[in-house]
Design a protein. Structure first.
Ligand code: SF4
Length: 255
């Protein structure tokens, strides 16, 4: 379904503000991005990049992760938080990659989501960023929050949010849209203090759920749940981060 005029304007404003949005996680291969994305859960990208700087020198292949003593891998990723669970998932995931896929990351959503520790969000990050495959829209905490405030969805569940976003946004925009929305959530539309006053999307944003506060301007013209008014919301539909050259600031973010 083609985007309506308000959605087109949101896409256009995001593209103008974040023309070169890309992944803020450092990686040189799909395997490194997969590992970094698993580590990024409940952790800032900055911290993940600190950890992976030495991790990626020590572990170069899926087999390296699979064959390492679990306690050693735990220690190597400890500062990213939830390290026991992450280490277990990374090791199980890499065992399968090594055993079934020759150590390579398969560029297929159905296969990726079957790997330990890999959900749709991680799979979408890897497919979109490492392979350039627009498999869906990455719905992390930023994309979910900004989408609701913009009135693009009323859902809370990431899978439902992704379904609704992919139904109204052209597939060719899915990868860039994910990166730009994450960037926007960090720069302007932060959870506690959205900077609506300076936000480049303010004129098209109904600011749904944003309390009137110091930075929040009155809601834009598209108020009162545009997801219900202008946006098409079929119940089902097709269902895949970021540092831009034009960045004005350095962001930290949790996925
Ligand atoms: S106007 Fe406010 S609520 Fe809307 S996207 Fe911008 S910062 Fe977020």
């Amino acid at each position: 379904m083609p985007p309506n005029s308000r959605t087109r304007e949101i896409l256009s404003l995001l593209a103008a503000e974040y023309p070169d949005a890309s992944c803020a996680l450092d990686f040189r291969s799909p395997l490194e991005l997969l590992i970094a994305t698993i580590l990024s859960a409940q952790c800032t990208d900055e911290r993940v990049n600190q950890v992976t700087r030495s991790l990626f020198k020590k572990y170069r292949t899926a087999r390296d992760y699979a064959s390492a003593p679990l306690s050693e891998l735990e220690k190597d990723i400890q500062s990213t938080g939830f390290f026991r669970n992450k280490a277990k998932n990374i090791q199980s995931c890499c065992e399968r990659l090594d055993r079934e896929f020759g150590g390579k990351v398969p560029p297929e959503m159905d296969v990726l989501v079957e790997l330990p520790g890999v959900g749709r969000k991680t799979a979408n990050v890897v497919l979109g960023t490492a392979f350039g495959i627009p498999s869906g829209i990455v719905v992390d905490t930023h994309v979910a929050r900004v989408s609701r405030r913009l009135g693009l969805t009323e859902q809370n569940d990431p899978v439902k949010i992704e379904q609704e976003l992919t139904a109204i946004i052209p597939q060719s925009e899915w990868i860039a849209f994910s990166h730009r929305m994450i960037r926007h959530g960090r720069r302007y539309c932060q959870a506690k203090k959205p900077n609506c006053r300076d936000c480049p999307l303010a004129k098209v944003c109904p600011k749904i759920g944003v309390a009137e506060g110091a930075n929040a301007l009155p809601a834009g013209p598209a108020s009162k749940s545009p997801a219900r008014r202008g946006e098409s919301k079929p119940p089902t539909g097709p269902r895949s981060r970021a540092r831009s050259a034009g960045s004005r600031g350095k962001e930290k973010g949790k996925r």
